[in-house]
Design a protein around this ligand. Structure first.
Ligand code: AMP
Length: 583
């Protein structure tokens, strides 16, 4: 397929934020892309491979500016000035190509294959002389193609395509294009166990229905972990789960899915990023788990002192995350233990479709607990006071509370889903004043006085999965240390966009729009109805949304959470209703 057709589709997509329209544009694009389907899907996502492969194109803004200067003959400083004014390098590339006299001489058609192949080669070039080669490859692409092509190629190459199309919308587009509406639940299940839309698109195109129906977890393919609903009070949990329940400690650390095959171990985070190299001590301990030949377990990495059995605050693990050097020393400094609570796959058997009790039994049989690998502590009971005592004990032992797990046979492991088979109950929920939310930054307001050179407040939003948009929920201006406060413009500099992003629904207009990517943990006093925020707008009262009063940053950036899996609008509505009931 010609890349110029692809650019036309992208232009259409940037003109709408309506999910249904996006879905049908995507569906036509997928049908038209023919054998380029996989590449098309990756390019729509602004990448060349699934996230967990960690493939970066690795070009810098500076290189693109130099290339634009070379192909147009316009001085680099002039282009830099233009960029400062326009703010988006893709638009600058478009304007330069549109005006460039050379364009007429060099312009030739390029295909999806040319662009994808070139970007992939660029990402693979390493070592001496690679900078030159990368640059030449990119130059050739930018010399060819139309102004629109240049706009999108530059944005993709710099990781700034930012179409505002949720992965779930792309998935819906694929389902529609390849007539899988009758199997849409199976397709979603497939995607949740293998969140690689490129790969999935080929299977749908091949109409491989058996593969879709029978798919489950596979070692070394990171999946979307199961999530919990929240609820206040043990009696309501007992009522919801029907009598007897399991309560497990809710450890406050980093979610980890550990894949093991023939002695090789890979650890993936909640956002499917590979973090194996950051936890060498846990990997070593896991290697000694010879009982698992081929399997996947799910748990939480927690700073823990086996001598004193103390659990340390979460911040200790996040200090280790991202530190690449001296890891073995850090392992002594901050001992980490993996607390396992689930198993989804074992020696060829898909356990995800089995109930919780059967999975837990398999986990207990497969794991020999050590200092470094433990099973999540749990109790099974139907007695509210016994469960209450267990909950108190969890807090006393440094946990956040408990996760209640349904003992029903239907309590399967639902990848990527927040369901009532798991219910979290934290100490915080006993007082609404302390409830925490993981919210996404979509804008910022310049400060005054002491905050004159930084942002005075951030505009935060929750994701609405039905509409595929971020809805604003509060303005946040407190809880920052001075260090964080004064670095806010730098922290967000790379995410600034011109104008309201397509996937944001805001009534308040901030001074600076920020593409929704960064997640922050926020505490609030109470949820109220609000005329200025768009969260669940119109669902409680006509023309009104929901807002968080007195929001305060807890100091915790949730870089492990993808924006689409932050606290979503439905959860907020639920909390609001419980709050009204006085729960
Ligand atoms: P939250 O991050 O507040 O949405 O709470 C859910 C998280 O609690 C999960 O994603 C896990 O990382 C963590 N967690 C800790 N202990 C457990 C457990 N026993 N069962 C399930 N999740 C747990």
């Amino acid at each position: 397929m010609l890349f110029s057709r692809f650019s036309e589709y992208l232009n259409q997509m940037t003109e709408t934020s309506k999910r249904l329209e996006l879905k049908s544009i995507l569906s036509s694009l997928f049908l038209e892309s023919g054998s380029d389907i996989k590449k098309t899907v990756y390019l729509i996502q602004g990448k060349i491979a699934p996230d967990y492969e960690g493939k970066e194109i690795g070009l810098a803004d500076k290189t693109i500016l130099e290339i634009l200067s070379e192909i147009s003959g316009i001085d680099k400083d002039e282009i830099t000035k233009k960029l400062a004014k326009v703010g988006d390098i893709g638009t600058v590339a478009y304007e330069i190509k549109a005006k460039s006299s050379q364009q007429m001489l060099f312009q030739e058609d390029i295909t999806i294959e040319d662009v994808f192949g070139t970007l992939k080669s660029i990402s693979e070039k390493k070592g001496g002389g690679s900078t030159r080669i990368k640059r030449d490859l990119m130059k050739r692409l930018l010399l060819s193609g139309s102004p629109d092509d240049a706009k999108y190629i530059v944005r993709i190459a710099l990781g700034k395509l930012r179409l505002g199309v949720a992965d779930s919308t792309i998935l819906q587009g694929l389902i529609e294009a390849f007539n899988f509406v009758d199997l849409s639940e199976d397709v979603e299940n497939y995607y949740n166990f293998s969140p690689d839309l490129g790969n999935l698109s080929e299977i749908l195109k091949k109409d491989d229905r058996d593969e879709i129906r029978n798919f489950g977890p596979r070692t070394f393919v990171p999946f979307k972990v199961m999530l919990a609903e929240r609820m206040q009070g043990i009696p309501s949990i007992l009522e919801k789960m029907g009598g007897e329940v399991a309560f497990e400690y809710k450890y406050d650390g980093l979610r980890a899915q550990v894949h093991i095959r023939d002695g090789k171990i890979k650890i993936f985070s909640r956002g499917n990023e590979e973090t194996t190299s950051q936890f060498p001590d846990v990997v070593e301990a896991m290697k000694r788990q010879v009982l698992i030949k081929d399997g996947i377990v799910d748990g939480e990495l927690v700073p823990y002192n086996p001598e004193t059995e103390e659990i340390y605050p979460f911040q200790e693990v996040s200090r280790r995350r991202g530190r690449k050097k001296d890891l073995l020393n850090i392992a002594d400094e901050i001992p980490i233990t993996l607390f396992l609570f689930d198993i989804v796959y074992l020696n060829g058997r898909d356990l995800s479709r089995k109930g919780y009790s059967e999975r837990r039994r398999n986990l207990e049989e497969a794991i020999q607990p050590t200092e470094k690998i433990k099973l999540a502590r749990r109790i099974i009971s139907s007695d509210a006071s016994e469960l209450e005592a267990f909950f108190e004990l969890s807090i006393e032992n440094g946990c956040e509370g408990i996760v209640a797990k349904s003992l029903s046979e239907e309590s399967i492991y639902r990848a990527g889903a927040r369901g009532w088979n798991w219910i979290k109950y934290k100490r915080d929920y006993q007082s609404l004043v302390n409830d925490t939310f993981d919210l996404v930054v979509v804008g910022a307001f310049w400060g005054h006085g002491r905050r004159g050179k930084t942002y005075g407040a951030l505009l935060l939003a929750s994701f609405n999965p039905d509409k595929g948009v971020y809805e604003t929920f509060c303005k946040l201006g407190t809880g920052f240390t001075d260090e964080v406060l004064f670095s806010l413009p730098r922290i967000f500099s790379d995410l600034i966009v011109q104008g309201e992003p397509n996937n944001v629904d805001a009534a308040l207009k901030p001074d600076v729009w920020i593409y929704p990517e960064k997640v922050m943990e926020v505490k609030g006093a109470e949820i109220t109805v609000s005329p200025v925020h768009t969260c669940n707008k119109g669902l409680i009262e006509k023309g009104m949304g929901l807002a968080l009063r007195f929001p305060r940053f807890t100091g915790r950036w949730r870089d492990d959470k993808k924006p689409e899996s932050s606290t979503n609008s439905e959860e907020i509505l639920e909390i609001y209703k419980n709050q009204k009931k006085g729960l």
